[in-house]
Design a protein around this ligand. Sequence first.
Ligand code: UDP
Length: 467
Amino acid sequence: AAVPPAVAAAAAPPHLLLICFPGQGHVNPMLRLAKRVAAKGLLVTFSSLASVGARLAAAAGVSAGGDGVPVGRGRVRFEFLEDGDPGSHLDDLMRHLETAGPPAFAALLRRQAEEGRPVACVVVNPFMPWASDVAAGEGIPTAVLWVQSCAVFSLYYHHVHGLVEFPPEDDPEARFQLPGLPEMSAADVPSFLLPSNPFKLLADAIITQFRTIERASWVLVNSFAELEPDVVAALPGVTPRPPELIPVGPLIELQQGQEDDEVRGDLIKAADDCVEWLDAQPPRSVVYASVGSVVVLSPGEVAEMAHGLASTGRPFLWVVRPDTQPHLPEGFLDSVSGRGAVVAWSPQERVLAHPSTACFLTHCGWNSTLETVAAGVPVVAFPQWGDQCTDARFLVEELGMGVRLRGARREAVREAVEAAVAGPCAGDMLASARRWSAAARAAVAPGGSSDAHVQAFVDEVARRARG
Ligand code: UDP
């Protein structure tokens, strides 16, 4: 017999909808959170701009359904905003999001209700403050997913509330200190908060989000309780009191094979065959190098990096995005053939988890930072801007997992790689990395601190939806 509609609706799992800022460093943690929440029984929809949907589908090699919806085998549904052309410059994108985003997002939320799956909770990114306003207008509670560290959250919070004055950028000796954090200099502060920041619109969006963050019912953070205990413990003592941070990370793909979904989150098709190349290398021999999805090195820096990596004499796997490949020195690929591999995009977590990988020369984006922590791979930290400087400081000085590279000169690259792989402190760095890896994996394992936080969040969303 047919189930009466009222009964069917009562039995349906509550619907959680995530709306994601269009950047690789946001898509990865949000999609991974989506998968974890879906695995705990909620109906979950991942949404972003239509252009993100098209890229996800193309990179995953799956057919795009209506409106560019990737059709995966996984539990997460995909639906994208009908938002028109976002343009490619960061400022154009921010303006586009602010004008086209709110009406398109409101329409998407209403469509869910009309089609019988009303949204019980929206998860928003910190770079789109308007999304929580739209959700509030529809009477839907929101959770923020903070995709950077708790330390960076504290720096932003203190700055936005006028609770800290950062030292001048031209005074490298001057120090300041926040509760639960070590003494820092201006070089450790996220660059968006410093007077020299050129990305004003992006900084404005994050700052606006911070001013209104109390409106969110939950602030989930991609970190884990054991990684940043002092800052998490200190924040409730700050006045005005910040919202409670709920660490749910590291948001990494859980074990391979457990993945039931071919939509991994890549916006560029990954060179999965580089894993076979890694298989052919000796254990703990390969230098993996990547500056993530946004940082652009100058032609001179690319050339220096190329000579530096080649001069280590070690095998290396280097991510050089297509726009940067023309800056490789002439004949470089032939000269390193067999020992060095260059790919446009790597399956990074698989690379870091591979036994042949010895160290990670990284720009220290927070996802890369957590992924190398989870994999237990020591680093050569090469931060450029944003929160990367804070993360590099954290990886090298607080976690003891590697060395700093300052400037892309070839000798400096070679020396830093040697120090991380074979220098007098390399053994200690590897031991620290392995300890942090064990702690990270324990946090996301069933019953671990982050797993318990995800479960409590899911239970509360369900309770509110039913209550
Ligand atoms: N990534 C990847 N393949 C690459 C380079 C990066 O899969 O060749 C992924 C990486 O695993 C991480 C994300 O892209 O999850 C980059 O995020 P991150 O916060 O490290 O840096 P961003 O790109 O935002 O600067």
